[in-house]
Design a protein around this ligand. Structure first.
Ligand code: GLC
Length: 565
């Protein structure tokens, strides 16, 4: 009798376990082997422009904290905040004068801790931007370095004698215009700066620099940061012999400088030693390293993953940012390339340095549909997507129209050929109230007129908005294992109008069909080859639909569907 009683209880407990396992299936699915950053959706925040809590016209950390519920609801798992450290703001934070603090314009360390705690409650990771190549010329290390040839930090930067009176050490030009060398009369030597003169390059050949910078990462990991986006990593090392770069004859860039091939001051192999070192530290904290790598091809991208993946987990693949037309063939080529790479892919379509995808792909008539099409693409691929703030509401690039309006110094130096990057950094459009709900004060950059039609509050109410589509696709990505972890299988590879593929995970498959043309398209598939039959919609735009194995797509339409076995 006793025995039977225990047997019954065991069955009941087993049953309960089974039901609770089923209930867990409803929550986001994550395969056992994936790392957190592989299934995560990243979101880049330009803090000046996201949300202004103290109404001084510039966004801040408390502003970001106030929008965490919005980000969670959107489907964001990690936020990358571009530099928020103390800085003279010559390059809007990419000129750091103290790596272990917060610029008062953005708040305090206590505000950072508050943000980290609130983000943690929502399972949102924080990624900071680590400016590794250079500091501000106001950083105490540089102030000491320039003070005398024998100062403690002299060799922390790159100092050289000129070739002769008034002549820099070699022909290298700054990517922001002019010579890459600035003469400093205190010690009668030149220092090297790949970017602005206010951003002197650190000397990474000096072990003391390496130690200090590695310690910076430890300091932030201990404060709850889950990783770094490493800024401009390909510029870390220079040829110690300072060999002149080859010059392309007869060409001038936007700043009027000769066009050089940066053979001797970018992409030197020594960078990989540093990345391996940074990775060893990151691994101790389960952190992720994203790299601004601007790779030209997959061989170069593979070098950044490192031997056995011991360098960057997410070297940013900007290949999509170079496909500036809706071309299935081009996209197929790039997707196949990154899928064959040695590490986990990353997909980026916009950031704070380039024209927004809304303008790069938009045709001026169907821009919202095209924005959804692009979401249907980069959010359903095998890899980690990094969204840029405002992408999800269809924000438009709005460059200054007059030189005296320009904030980004490269826009002032290069005007009118180079208008700078203000256009892609305008304030986030939260609602249709004054200043788009970004701030009660005059924003540091003007709010684009499109805030009346493209803003979070209105788009949340509209089931057909760009934002609603982003939310739908991101929700799918978090709940459908084929979309998060499945293999990528291209379909109908000769179709010039429709880009289509399957994502297959065990016995589940999702079809993604994207019409890159302005005409309606009907596409016939043969899923039986892959062991599947008809498709039922999961997320679509317009009237796009499926009948068995035939999918009909609106102009620029999207069909994402579950395939039956
Ligand atoms: C990176 C940043 C860019 C900055 C530059 C110098 O390219 O993305 O915004 O100006 O580095 O730090």
């Amino acid at each position: 009798m006793r025995c039977k009683w225990w047997l019954t209880l065991s069955w009941v407990l087993l049953g309960l376990c089974f039901f609770s396992a089923c209930a867990q299936q409803q929550t986001p699915v994550k395969s056992e082997t994936q790392q957190w950053w592989q299934d995560a959706v990243f979101y880049e925040i330009y803090p000046r422009s996201f949300a202004d809590s103290n109404n001084d016209g510039v966004g801040d950390l408390n502003g970001i904290a106030s929008k965490l519920d919005y980000l969670k609801d959107l489907g964001v798992d990690a936020i990358w905040i571009t530099p928020c450290f103390p800085s003279p703001q010559v390059d809007f934070g990419y000129d750091v004068s103290d790596y272990e603090n917060i610029d008062p314009m953005y708040g305090t360390l206590a505000d950072f801790d508050h943000l980290a705690a609130e983000a943690g409650k929502r399972n949102i990771h924080i990624i900071l931007d680590f400016v590794v190549n250079h500091t501000s010329d106001q950083h105490p290390w540089f102030l000491d370095s320039k003070s005398s040839r024998t100062s403690q930090h002299r060799d922390w930067y790159i100092w050289r004698d000129g070739k002769g009176p008034g002549q820099p050490p070699n022909n290298w030009t700054s990517t922001f215009g002019g010579s890459a060398w600035k003469f400093d009369p205190t010690t009668n030597q030149y220092y090297y700066h790949y970017f602005y003169a206010a951003q002197p390059d650190l000397n990474w050949r000096n072990p003391a620099v390496q130690d200090a910078m590695f310690d910076v990462t430890r300091w932030w990991y201990k404060r709850g940061v889950s990783g770094f986006r490493l800024d401009a990593v390909d510029t870390l090392f220079e040829d110690p012999n300072l060999t002149d770069n080859p010059v392309i004859p007869g060409q001038k860039n936007a700043y009027g400088d000769p066009v050089e091939k940066n053979v001797y001051n970018t992409k030197l192999p020594e960078v990989h030693d540093v990345l391996r070192g940074l990775r060893q530290v990151a691994d101790q904290y389960h952190a992720v390293l994203i790299g601004e790598t601007w790779t030209h091809d997959i061989a170069e991208l593979n070098r950044y993953y490192g031997q056995g993946n011991n360098e960057l987990q997410l070297p940013m693949d900007f290949l999509f940012t170079t496909v500036n037309k809706l071309s299935p063939a081009e996209f197929r080529k790039q997707i196949a390339a990154v899928n064959s790479a040695a590490g986990w892919p990353t997909f980026v379509i916009s950031n704070h340095d380039i024209v927004r995808s809304y303008d790069r792909y938009g045709d001026g008539v169907h821009n919202d549909e095209i924005a959804k099409l692009m979401a249907g693409l980069y959010l359903t691929l095998r890899g980690t997507p990094i969204l840029y703030y405002g992408e999800e509401i269809g924000m438009k690039t709005t460059p200054p129209t007059r030189k005296d309006e320009v904030q980004d110094p490269i826009g002032r130096t290069g005007w009118p050929k180079e208008k700078g990057r203000d256009g892609e950094r305008t304030p986030m459009q939260w609602d249709d109230s004054v200043n788009a709900g970004f701030s009660k004060a005059k924003p540091w950059l003007p709010v684009p007129p499109t805030y009346k039609t493209h803003n979070v509050a209105d788009e949340l109410k509209d089931p057909n908005s760009v934002l609603s589509f982003y939310k739908t696709v991101l929700k799918l990505r978090h709940t459908n294992p084929a979309l998060s972890d499945g293999n990528y299988v291209p379909l109908n590879e000769n179709d010039d109008d429709v880009l289509s593929y399957l994502r297959i995970y065990n016995d589940q498959a999702v079809l993604v069909a994207l019409n890159t043309s302005g005409a309606q398209q009907q596409v016939k598939f043969d899923f039986s080859k892959n062991g599947f039959s008809s498709a039922t919609p999961l997320a679509t735009t317009g009237k796009s639909s499926a009948q068995g194995q035939v999918v009909t797509l609106d102009p620029f339409g999207v069909f994402i569907g579950q395939l039956a076995k």
